[in-house]
Design a protein around this ligand. Sequence first.
Ligand SMILES: [Zn+2]
Length: 219
Amino acid sequence: MTFYFKSLLLLCTFFSVVSCKSQTGIPAASAENQSIVNDTTFVNIKDYSPDFVYDMKYATSDNFLKAKVYDCAECFLRLKTVKAIIKANAVFMKKGYKIKFFDCYRPLDIQKKMWQIVSNPSYVADPAKGSIHNRGGAVDITLVDSTGKELDMGTPFDHFGIEASHNYDQLSKEVKKNRKLLKKVMTQNGFNSFDSEWWHYNLKSALTDKVSNTKWKCD
Ligand SMILES: [Zn+2]
């Protein structure tokens, strides 16, 4: 084999490795950051998938705090959370649905701000302990159909009452079916449900990650 062909072979091997990597559907956020991105890096999910719907409630005053606590509506999560939820969303999309986000990673300073407004551990996690949202492993979500309409989950997001619980039984068949679908696919993809909130899911492998105060830039 001539040097030329050896080089060509090497080059092909290199590019086939690169293309295999891209086949995972999880491209690096940017070439510049490629070397420093790992599973616990905070990333903007929009850089990894165009297939989600967003209604970031805390970037508006349409939430139980009646206060806008984020400067802009972005969904940042640790990369491993992004990978897991992209897999879950692919399952929902085959069934004609998509995940809609209400909240994602929440920097600790934002948690403190929320705690100042509502200092009640039944509604807001005490920033002294931190929540999985502060660890980049929790998502608040629902499902929308092909027209963008939310599936009926029995209560709105952040409804603080027994009706929002997975254990509450006085719900229509339709609501039970919708919650069951959300829970089944999320738990099959590495997430735990949270008994009192049908919309909240924790990535199991993120429970021991550190609380963070990393912030994203707003335009
Ligand atoms: Zn939550």
